[in-house]
Write a protein that binds this ligand. Sequence first.
Ligand code: XMP
Length: 325
Amino acid sequence: DWSASSFVDTTVAALKEQVGNDRVILGLSGGVDSSVAAVLLHRAIGKNLTCIFVDHGLLRKNEFKNVMHDYECLGLNVIGVDASDKFFKDLEGVTDPEQKRKIIGRDFVEVFNAEAHKITDAKWLAQGTIYPDRIESLNITGKTIKSHHNVGGLPEEMHLSLCEPLQWLFKDEVRRVGRELGIPEHLITRHPFPGPGLAVRILGDITREKVRILQDADDIFIQGLRDWMVKDATGNDIALYHQVWQAGAILLPVQSVGVMGDERTYERAVALRAVTSTDAMTADWAHLPYEFMAKVSNDIINKVKGVNRVCYDISSKPPATIEWE
Ligand code: XMP
């Protein structure tokens, strides 16, 4: 019978043995897996672990700042790299979804490697790869491969060895290990978020202005899910956020007519997506309460300049996907 505490004990001991006094580099994404891998390694080797967190400018509102703060509270040594200028420049005018992913994957590896190269005595590259990732990367769909999480990002001429302490774990086990390590609950229960970030939730070309609009709308939706309490199956209060596998806003490439005061408006439409799932392979649209949707829709239209219409996506996967791109 698997237990998180014995996993932590044996893995910390094994990592000490494996890595010894070598220096290790690890890429953080803000997600659960890389965070748990980092804290586990930090417990084993302390200051010999250096983490790199690249900001491509396509994260959620305030995410980079908030997550950096969380990492610092956990005692991790993290180098935060704001590379958003490079990503926005390289993405300028690009509308094709796969092209966006390619550019982001390539830029990500470039930025990460440039930073890793500064740590000249590093011997290991650690990653938060979990068991389903390894299965998934055998399945060459192009879309499910997480280019910045896999071995493709390894700076070859640095001769780093790969260290993947979570490679045999499933997601729920990673979460239990994270709790055992004292990682805060909001980091552990965070929804999945795609590596290319908001780039695949802005249909059409990407600009800083569009990212700003989407971040604001998305933030209202996500904060709303966190604040809206419902009863779970056993009658306990639970935030709607935790009844949903994943949620987010999508900026549509259409404008529509509206009215504000006596003025006609011609502004953007935002789609909201929330799904229930157990593994992201299949998903159903979440049956969110109407009162909740009414409030979120009002808040978005009243507070986010440039948006005058909100739609809710009621498509299941398959045949739709969770993301729109
Ligand atoms: P789809 O849209 O294929 O998404 O139903 C399934 C899950 O994968 C996430 N996703 C990605 N994650 N890089 C990632 O790291 C990507 O390019 C990517 N595309 C989709 C998506 O958010 C969902 O959890």
